[in-house]
Design a binder for this molecule. Sequence first.
Ligand code: NAP
Length: 292
Amino acid sequence: MPAKLINGKVIAERIREDVKKQVSDRLAKGLIAPGLATVIVGNNPASKVYVRMKHKACEEAGILSVGHELSSDTPQEDVEALIKELNNDPKIHGILVQLPLPAGLDEEAVLSTISLKKDVDGFHPINIGRLAQKGRTPLFVPATPSGVMVLLEKSGTLIDGANAVVLGRSNIVGMPVSLLLVDANATVTICHSHTKDIPKIIRQADILIAAVGIPEYVRGDWIKPGATVIDVGVNRVEDETSKRGYRLVGDVNFEEVSAVAGAITPVPGGVGPMTIAMLLSNTLKAARLAGS
Ligand code: NAP
């Protein structure tokens, strides 16, 4: 039987509607709209596209969003000075520094400058550190990993006691997803570029999270029948039949894997829409934390 499709677009839409309703309830009570500030340093075209999408989503939810674009040669102290200014701005509840930063800037120092209560991307070292410690709760969880957890929950996948395999160990996806799965009582194996016999490890997985950035890397005969597969990958592959000359595929060979898995996310329309929905939700939470 083909796998059940986990429709991230529909689940994300519901979250965005809920945020919009809660923003409007705030306004009705005389509270100010939640405010998100974005900071881009340099000219990375993908960063600009992502940030534009985030602003549009904020606008649709009634969230104020303010963009800051700095040139790629901006000194470290000027980036940090902008963040400190935003930390003190009462109209701004969340600060998002779009990664990656240009070479030469100290990413950890920049992220550490963001006020913990405004760290809606969840990448402040203290928030990430709390995620890694038993019994400690971060104020914010990074958007893509928390979106993955919502998709697992909504698909009815049993996480407690499950064998979960996470492909990839990046700071943005693989590592925080692994920590969240451990926290939810899964037994987690993390695979990376030095891991031996990845297919053998994946065959044990009740849950597979693929985040390697290699088009259609995971094959159908690696999958345990009935497993839940969450494909985080977004990769462009050439396609002459498409108007744009390319199409988007995940890190999983969808055709093969969906014939074996119990449930699977599509690309596009799976994890991608969840990332933005969770960011909006974090921004609303930040406004609540600020008490304004
Ligand atoms: P990344 O920083 O490049 O990390 C890739 C990870 O995969 C690394 O841990 C790397 O191992 C591992 N890896 C690379 N080649 C491998 C191989 N042959 N076998 C096993 N592991 C291998 O990527 P990322 O930022 O985590 O992103 C991963 C994918 O998710 C990308 O396609 C990206 O576009 C997508 N993404 C989607 C969203 C969304 O909202 N949908 C958000 C973020 C990212 P090492 O650590 O050993 O190098």
